[in-house]
Design a protein around this ligand. Structure first.
Ligand SMILES: [Zn+2]
Ligand SMILES: [Zn+2]
Length: 215
């Protein structure tokens, strides 16, 4: 349902580092960023977000994409949080009580810390009421700076690269663009280039090292 990427420092990453890059903690590794783009099987549309946050509604739309049918309802209660951030979850519940509704713009994106020059994986979503739009503000776990989501740009020539298959992502107006140029990951704020920094060796060139699917 979504694509994950391991983006590593092109000077110091070893095969061993890559092997150990899986799992949640890898999100704060020194020389590899494990990021995802898209939604998982249990959260790729707004109806599922509503279920996770306990909104009981009748659904007019068939949202399932799985041949096996919808996942059992009880699963959504077990998820409890898609943000893994209690402060943001609190705001979600407050927004729900004020009448805000989730929009179709949602999914995992790489979030950039302009202070640490690192990438983090977080879940983006929007809630809307009377043209007011709320989007989550994730804080950097290292420096508390507010992270900003990056918009992935698909490069056709690369075998391995960001795939941005769904046009709906283009509706989201993110601050940064992230893309792959001659095997180096670039982050730009308009024309201004931003760097990624390896905390392990100080290098600022990162490469996409592997790609995987997550569900
Ligand atoms: Zn930071
Ligand atoms: Zn390094």
């Amino acid at each position: 349902m979504g694509t994950g990427y391991l983006i590593g420092c092109n000077k110091c990453v070893t095969d061993e580092d890559l092997k150990n890059a899986w799992g949640k903690e890898s999100n704060i590794k020194e020389n590899i960023f494990n990021i995802r783009i898209g939604g998982g099987m249990l959260c790729f549309c707004k109806e599922q977000l509503e279920k996770i946050y306990g909104i009981n509604k009748k659904y007019n739309r068939e949202y399932r994409l799985l041949a096996a049918g919808d996942p059992p309802e009880g699963i959504y209660k077990l998820i409890g949080s898609i943000t893994e951030d209690i402060n943001i979850d609190k705001i979600i519940y407050e927004n729900i009580s004020k009448g805000f509704e989730f929009t179709e713009n949602l999914g995992h994106y790489p979030y950039y810390c302009e202070n640490c020059k690192k990438l983090f994986d977080h879940f983006y979503f929007e809630m809307e009421k009377d043209n007011n739009i709320y989007t989550p503000k994730y804080m950097c776990k290292k420096c508390s700076y507010i992270l900003e989501p990056t918009y992935p740009v698909w490069e056709e020539d690369n075998e391995i690269g960001f795939k941005n298959e769904e046009d709906e992502y283009e509706k989201i107006n993110f601050k940064y663009k992230i893309y792959d140029e001659n095997k180096v990951i670039k982050i730009k704020l308009k024309e201004e280039e931003k760097i990624l920094l390896c905390e392990h060796c100080g290098n600022n060139q990162f490469t996409m090292m592997s790609q995987y699917f997550f569900d």
